[in-house]
Write a protein that binds this ligand. Structure first.
Ligand code: ZN
Length: 319
């Protein structure tokens, strides 16, 4: 049965659902739990805001995490020279996210004087071979004659080595990524609490919030969901639980009157998602911990109590 739409037909085609999206190195996969239409729909409407978030793009670049296009994103793609904001520059990376080169976006202007035309170029050395055709085009467009000798003269100008200082800016979304974290929490609920989690009243609210187009805060208030998902400003709430920046972690614990799940994506976002108000429904649930290391491409999953014990032993050894 699909954990999102509840469809349960023989014809249902399932997709491999990455609990933490594939593009951020999510290794935990739910098989035969999410139908293909839900997987596609939620990928476009929810996951995209997390995997293409400006801050996440930097982490994907650092760890070489490719998206569906097969490319590592380049958040530095567009910038300008700090001493000349009219000059655009691109930092180029290979598809694997290795630095390739800095590229000066061509800037060519022609201005008519009384008896002459002044052409100015700012082009990348790699575009030198384009100079003759650029000049001929400019001449044609501005209606002035140009000789091969004049073009030769321009080609003789040596290129300048420079170490540009580049300014770039980006917009950082502060809301939409949060639904993707909520979705991770919900899927962990389905994974850890088993099939009967689908019928939990809180699970139904989470599904509604995940599919809704409204802002998460609004939906959470309307549905009575509690929790908090935010950008990690200074220190993560649980720094002792793995302070490796290349990791995603999550854990869930049963409290006396609720079950919640903590999710952290890199050292960027963290949050608590309420999973159930009825822990008695899940008497066998003992609390779980998961850590996915996107650099080592490894995953650890164990009872939460064991992880706390391990962290304690390690802390003692260091003291
Ligand atoms: Zn579905």
């Amino acid at each position: 049965m699909c954990i999102f739409c509840g469809k349960n037909e023989d014809m249902t085609e399932y997709a491999d659902e990455h609990v933490f999206p594939d593009a951020i190195g999510g290794l935990l996969i739910l098989k035969d739990r999410v139908c293909k239409p839900c997987n596609d729909k939620l990928g476009h409407s929810v996951d995209t805001h997390l995997v293409n978030h400006g801050l996440v793009s930097f982490m994907r670049l650092i760890y070489g995490l490719k998206g569906k296009s097969g490319k590592v994103p380049n958040p530095l793609e567009k910038g300008v020279l700090s001493n000349d904001p009219s000059q655009q520059v691109r930092y180029e990376f290979t598809d694997d996210g290795k630095p390739k080169r800095t590229y000066l976006v061509p800037q060519i202007t022609a201005s008519k004087q009384e008896e002459s035309v002044e052409i100015s170029f700012n082009i990348d050395e790699s575009d030198r071979k384009e100079i003759p055709s650029i000049m001929r085009k400019l001449a044609k467009r501005n209606n002035f004659p140009i000789s091969d000798e004049q073009i030769e003269e321009v080609l003789k100008i040596p290129s300048e080595e420079f170490q540009p200082t580049i300014k770039s800016s980006m917009k950082v979304d502060l809301d939409k990524y949060r639904k993707a974290i909520l979705k991770i929490g919900y899927e962990l609920g389905c994974y850890w609490l088993g099939d009967k989690y689908y019928d939990d009243p809180v699970a139904a609210c989470l599904r509604e919030a995940i599919f809704s187009d409204a802002a998460l805060n609004e939906e959470a208030r309307r549905l009575g969901l509690t929790g908090d998902i935010r950008l990690i400003a200074e220190e993560s709430e649980f720094p002792f639980l793995s302070n490796n920046k290349a990791c995603h972690i999550a854990f869930s614990m049963s409290q006396s009157d609720f079950i919640s799940c903590y999710v952290r994506v890199f050292m960027l976002f963290e949050g608590h998602v309420l999973l159930s108000r009825n822990p008695a429904r899940y008497p066998d649930f003992e609390g779980k911990f998961i850590e996915i290391d996107v650099e080592k491409k490894s995953m650890r999953e164990l009872p939460f109590s064991q992880e706390i014990y391990r962290v304690g032993v390690e802390a003692n050894r260091m003291n």
